[in-house]
Design a protein around this ligand. Sequence first.
Ligand code: ATP
Ligand code: MG
Length: 287
Amino acid sequence: MKTGKVISVINQKGGVLKTTTVLHLGSALARMGKKVLLIDLDVSQANLTISTIGQLDEEGRGVLHAFFKDNSLNQVTYPTSQENLFIVPSEIKYKGMTIPLDVALSSQAGSDHILKKLLKPVMEEYDFILIDNGPTLGIATLNSLIASDYFMIPTLADYLSLVGVQKTMETIDQIRENLDHEIENLGLVLTMIDGRESIAKDSEKILNSAFGGKVFKSCIQRNSKFKELAQNQKTIFDVTKNSDKGNKNFRDLAEEVLERLGMNTQAKPISKTNKKTNSEVSIGGMQ
Ligand SMILES: Nc1ncnc2c1ncn2[C@@H]1O[C@H](COP(=O)(O)OP(=O)(O)OP(=O)(O)O)[C@@H](O)[C@H]1O
Ligand SMILES: [Mg+2]
């Protein structure tokens, strides 16, 4: 039996490396021997699918088929080129139509618990299930959060991005209160960092004081090598050595995730006792 930890990667801001983080954190964990399932819940872009197994053809079945037809993930779970790494892809079109998942779900009763039900029979087959979300907080993301034990927020280090983080946190607080669902903040990842820029240090301080020291020490530096990966369905691990900074950034992040979850030797599990709600804190004081 595996640990079956479900992690939503979310941020309502676009282009903050949600998809890149899901793929590379998943890939790093799979390389460490963990069995990992990635779920592409960003149906309108399907970037995770395109970056791993390529765009599904018209007949290809993905997450929409599972949500609306089969009620099971078995038929829509595909192996990737990497051992231990699997994906539930997203269809670009479903039944010949392009439909946002949020719109399709909006007419269904109980539509925010579908993913949780789909995961229940398979979660113990995996150590980690990482869910990629689009840059909106609609019913699709609600499904992701309700199905998850943890959430993780990649963010740029500028002021507007920090405001975006706070809004995302407020939404999560509402979910916790309204649905009585326990979901823990696994951590915030600073992304697209240029060298040792002081703004990143300021952001780290602000986020750490606002969200209980939850900023990962490992950040993802700006690196043009990532831009060429998707078209070749590669990860940074396929095209660089361990000493490369992009490669190291994500391996360090994976180590830190295992540490926070108490899954490696010197690990301490993350605290479950931080009672301060996210909406009680404020992002301010940034110059
Ligand atoms: N370390 C990096 N440095 C610079 N660019 C990067 C890096 N990692 C990824 N990118 C590129 O940045 C762009 C945005 O990344 P990504 O798609 O992961 O963001 P996202 O948060 O998932 O976006 P969206 O909100 O649209 O889903 C992509 O073109 C990606 O190739
Ligand atoms: Mg994305």
